[in-house]
Structures are given as structure tokens and as C-alpha cells.
Design a protein around this ligand. Structure first.
Ligand code: CA
Length: 250
């Protein structure tokens, strides 16, 4: 749906350094993406609204409105994948933080190949997810019926990506948060190691620093009505708590 078929995949590059814009554009166009460029925050938001890009590559330091604020504003209306770019490593937690809601990040200087690999992983995961959902959907007697995972008190709508718990709607999850929850819910109670989750989220194509998984887990927890619905199994990883998939209230 994103990287295949007739639809052109659009990437919005928000960056104020002309030479970086130039080479990113060359690499993105070589992969067949349509590129839109903004050198400042306010223009980026306008372009985002008018063009509905499939992915946003967002520099942190920008004139007008900084990358964090641009990210927040886009995230408040959209689940579009956002890759943040920063020159400072120590900002990583903030970039992936709950308020900002970026999906991934790169620290400058980065190799365009690494960036292209990450973009491909994001689009392939989206493609795989929609293909999986379509496959699951075709097995059900009524294709019109929404594809719902129901685990006790937790309801996950795989079509609309809406999640509710005890009939209370969970705030919109980012792609990574949603994938984490779906992965943990596929085998409730199973302990997933960080590398299991990385494999599931990133396809094992590249080695992501494990802290990113921890940050996405923490963001997901903060959106759930009770952060303990996802348990940490010390020294091993994470699992869905029994409370989440048991039928009644404890
Ligand atoms: Ca900049």
C-alpha cells in the first residue's frame, strides 16, 4: 500500500541545510520516492497538511519552529512515520518521547544508505502489516467485519488501529507503539526479549540500539489506562500482564 502499487510514495524532508537537502533528495528520488522539501517549521506544517506525505524526515534544529514542535503538531493529527534527525546523541530519549512521538531517529552525520535502509524498513513493515491484516481478513466469513483482536478487557482494531481497554479508548498510538502492543498481544503472557521486539518492529535488518525499544515501551505504557498492563521481566524483556488479557476486573 505504501511502497508498492501505483501510488507514489511521498517523503517530506524538513531540513535547512542546502547540501543535506540536495543529497537526501538525490537518494530518495533514486528509490522512486516523490520528494517535498521545507527549510523551516511553519512551511513544513503547511506542506504536510496539503500534501499528506507518507513519511516525514525531520531535522531537529530549524528556523521558525523547531523540529520537536513540528513533530508534536504533526503527531497530534496523524500517525505518519516520522524520522527525526539530530546532531546530538543525548537528545534521543526526548526525540522518541511520548510528547514528541517520533518513530525513529538518526544522529548527524549519518550515511544516506543507513537512512534509506530505515525508510525501507518502515515502509516494508507497513506493507507487511496491511498484507497480514488482509490475509487474516480474507479468512473470516464476512470480509466487511472489522478485524478485531479481543483479549479479555483489551480490544485492538487492526483496521482502524484503535485500541480500547474496559471500553475506554486509548489515545492514538504511533506505528511502533501499535506494533509493540499487537506483538505482545499475539501470544499473551509470553515474555518477549528486546531483540524479539526489535526483530518484530524493525525486521532485523539493522541493529537498532536497544534503548529505542525501551522508550517506545514506556510511551505505550503511558498511553494505557494502567502502565502495569505491560510488565517488565527483569533481565529478559516484556510481556502483556495477566490483567490485560483476563476476562474480568481484578
Ligand atoms: Ca538544521
Amino acid at each position: 500500500m505504501f511502497s508498492s502499487g501505483d501510488k507514489v510514495t511521498k517523503i517530506l524532508i524538513v531540513e535547512d541545510e542546502a547540501d543535506i537537502i540536495d543529497y537526501l533528495t538525490i537518494y530518495c528520488e533514486a528509490e522512486g520516492y516523490k520528494v517535498m522539501v521545507s527549510a523551516d517549521g511553519p512551511t513544513a506544517l503547511n506542506l504536510f497538511r496539503n500534501e499528506q506525505p507518507d513519511l516525514v524526515l525531520l531535522d531537529l534544529m530549524l528556523p521558525g519552529l523547531d523540529g520537536l514542535e513540528v513533530c508534536r503538531r504533526i503527531r497530534s493529527v496523524s500517525n505518519v512515520p516520522i524520522i527525526m534527525v539530530t546532531a546530538r546523541r543525548e537528545e534521543v530519549d526526548k526525540l522518541l518521547g511520548l510528547e514528541t512521538g517520533a518513530d525513529d531517529y538518526l544522529t548527524k552525520p549519518f550515511s544516506p544508505r543507513e537512512l534509506m535502509a530505515r525508510i525501507r524498513v518502515i515502509f516494508r513493515r507497513l506493507d507487511n502489516m496491511s498484507a497480514e491484516f488482509k490475509a487474516e481478513l480474507s479468512e473470516t466469513p464476512s470480509p466487511k467485519r472489522p478485524k478485531i483482536m479481543k483479549l479479555g478487557r483489551l480490544l485492538i482494531n487492526l483496521d482502524t488501529r484503535e485500541v480500547s481497554y474496559d471500553d475506554t479508548e486509548v489515545p492514538t498510538l504511533t506505528i511502533k507503539e501499535f506494533e509493540l502492543l499487537v506483538t505482545l498481544s499475539r501470544q499473551p503472557g509470553r515474555v518477549y526479549s528486546k531483540s524479539d521486539l526489535e526483530e518484530s518492529l524493525y525486521g532485523g535488518d539493522y541493529l537498532l540500539e536497544s534503548r529505542a525499544i525501551g522508550v517506545h515501551i514506556s510511551n505505550l505504557r503511558n498511553k494505557l489506562p494502567n502502565p502495569r498492563l505491560i510488565e517488565t521481566v527483569y533481565g529478559i524483556g516484556y510481556k502483556l500482564s495477566r490483567e490485560a488479557y483476563s476476562a474480568g476486573k481484578l
